[in-house]
Design a protein around this ligand. Structure first.
Ligand code: NAP
Length: 494
């Protein structure tokens, strides 16, 4: 494993960044923030400033909501086929520019270019999936049960939406909301995270080129997200809030949304258990573990946070996982042969290191990694810990980094209890060759999703989302579209 090299931004990298608009996109026009304020976007692998983007004021944010509100009456009545065509065109434009946009994403977020390409494909899949769905919004017509009348239902767009996204998947977390909102006929104000606004700015430009009418999609970037978003969340012109981010911020936003009784979707934090039963194919489980742990440098809500392994295979699994993790090459995501980029910033790295120190001080065995990489950028070594005691904080807290703690279990009951011993409930992974056990365990897990003998669940056609402190609502699939539609029932006296 080699350490990162401090690399200066090349001319290709600079031109990719230059091509992105840096302003606010409001009512179909790109403009500076009132007063001209800006905020810097940094490369997490060097700490260098990549670009400065507009720092919206609360007045700018209100303008964005005003534009979304003004555009709604016409947009909601637009032809579904017209909305589908826009999404389809955006899918094609995004796919055509994948090389350049992958580099852009790597520069601002840190993951390898190969991973950024994977995210852009995933992001584009939502545009395509909801292009296909826009023309299939249905209702129903039935006799009521007494036979005295008819039940008619129709689905109508919710209205202007507020869409807030995190830094870890800078584009896919956007299209997962924007595509169904457009398909449904909603207008929106989008606010990406301040660490990674460039990918979303590029996406807004693509949607503009694809024909999204002025005011339908408005984008603001801001240093003080609370200050600009709270007045919007509490404004009666907004009708829906969809948030992806941490559970703490989600709680605050749910409280704010209560004021106007906004419809709310919350995609929050996770603490995914990864269960390996004694009958599992261990080699396949290790493959799945590396994917579930290391996708996005471990900075994914779906990241396997803890590994519960049956005692009969624990030694074999842990040894193979340590070898694989120890062989991963850490470095700048733009460099050839790199597997693992930097964490998003020094604070995140300090938090990961603190959790590792805590586990080791309580008796966990350090099998590989276990420390920050010296030099520029916020790199951390891929780490495996064995014999992790129950009171180690990383079993209950979201690690958000390249650290795999392993514990053992003896019975299925113990495994299920350990898996459910968390406030979160986003996803779990289960490796077993026994079909009966597989279904029994999948049903008993308190999560919104399960990866059965696979380490990746993300798919544009599937309902992604959690229960408990991981939130509510679903993104992807038909369920993701229903988040942007209200059902109206008309009682027919016929
Ligand atoms: P975060 O700190 O909660 O921020 C998420 C977004 O909310 C950012 O755009 C942030 O803006 C904004 N924000 C922060 N405080 C706000 C406030 N008071 N009012 C309005 N907006 C506010 O989360 P993060 O660190 O970016 O993302 C990591 C978290 O997201 C992890 O917990 C992860 O599990 C979760 N996540 C969940 C899913 C899922 O689908 N369940 C997917 C991805 C990530 P600024 O950053 O500009 O302040």
């Amino acid at each position: 494993m080699l350490g990162p090299m401090a690399t200066t931004v090349s001319s290709t990298e600079a031109s990719v960044v230059d091509r992105v608009p840096k302003g606010l996109f409001i009512g179909g026009t790109w403009r500076d923030a009132t007063g001209g304020g800006t905020l810097d976007v940094l490369d997490p692998s060097t700490g260098d400033v990549l670009a400065a983007v507009a720092d919206a004021t609360p007045e700018d944010a209100m303008d964005a909501l005003g534009a979304a509100h003004a555009a709604f009456p016409e947009w909601k009545d637009s032809a579904p086929r017209a909305r589908a065509n826009i999404l389809s065109a955006a899918h094609d434009l995004l796919t055509e520019r994948i090389d350049e946009l992958a580099l852009l994403m790597t520069l601002e977020m840190g993951k390898t270019v190969a991973e950024s390409r994977g995210e852009i494909t995933y992001a584009a899949n939502f545009l395509r999936w909801y292009a296909e769905e826009a023309v299939r919004i249905d209702g129903r017509y039935t006799r009521n049960e007494a036979g005295t009348g008819r039940v008619l239902t129709l689905r109508q767009p919710v209205g202007p939406c507020l869409l807030i996204t995190p830094w870890n998947f800078p584009m896919a977390m956007g299209t997962r909301k924007i595509a169904p909102a457009i398909a449904a006929g909603c207008t929106m104000v989008v606010k990406p995270a301040k660490q990674t606004p460039l990918s979303m700015l590029a996406l807004a430009q693509i949607l503009e080129q694809a024909g999204v009418p002025g005011g339908v999609l408005n984008l603001i970037t801001a240093r003080s997200s609370g200050k600009v978003m709270q007045p919007l969340i509490e404004d009666p012109r907004a009708r829906k809030l969809s948030f992806t981010g941490s559970t703490d911020v989600g709680r605050t936003l749910i409280e704010q949304a209560a004021k106007q009784v906004l419809r709310v979707s919350m995609e929050l934090g996770g603490n995914a258990p990864f269960l390996v039963f004694g009958d599992a194919d261990v080699a396949a489980a290790v493959d799945g573990a590396v994917i579930a742990k290391m996708r996005n440098i471990g900075e994914a809500c779906t990241s396997a946070n803890r590994f519960h392994v049956h005692e009969s295979v624990a030694e074999r699994f842990t040894q193979q996982l340590s070898e694989r993790m120890g062989a991963l090459r850490v470095g700048r995501g733009t460099d050839e042969g790199v597997d693992v980029g930097p964490l998003i910033d020094a604070d995140q790295r300090a938090k990961v290191d603190e959790l590792v120190r805590d586990a080791v001080s309580k008796g966990a065995r350090l099998l590989t990694g276990g420390k920050a990489v010296e030099g520029a950028g916020s790199f951390y070594e891929p780490t495996v810990l064995g014999d992790v005691p129950d009171d180690a904080r990383l079993l209950t807290e979201e690690i958000f980094g390249p650290v795999a703690p392993v514990t053992t279990f003896a019975t299925d009951k113990e495994a299920i209890e350990a898996a459910n011993r968390t406030a979160f409930g986003l996803v779990a992974y289960v490796y077993t060759a026994d079909l009966t056990r597989a279904f029994r365990v999948c049903e008993a897990l308190q999560t919104g999703m399960v990866g059965l003998n696979q380490g990746l669940v993300a798919n544009a056609g599937a309902p992604f989302g959690g229960i408990k402190a991981s939130g509510f609502g679903r993104e992807g699939g038909p369920e993701g579209l229903h988040e942007y539609l209200d059902t109206k029932y008309i009682a027919l006296n016929v």
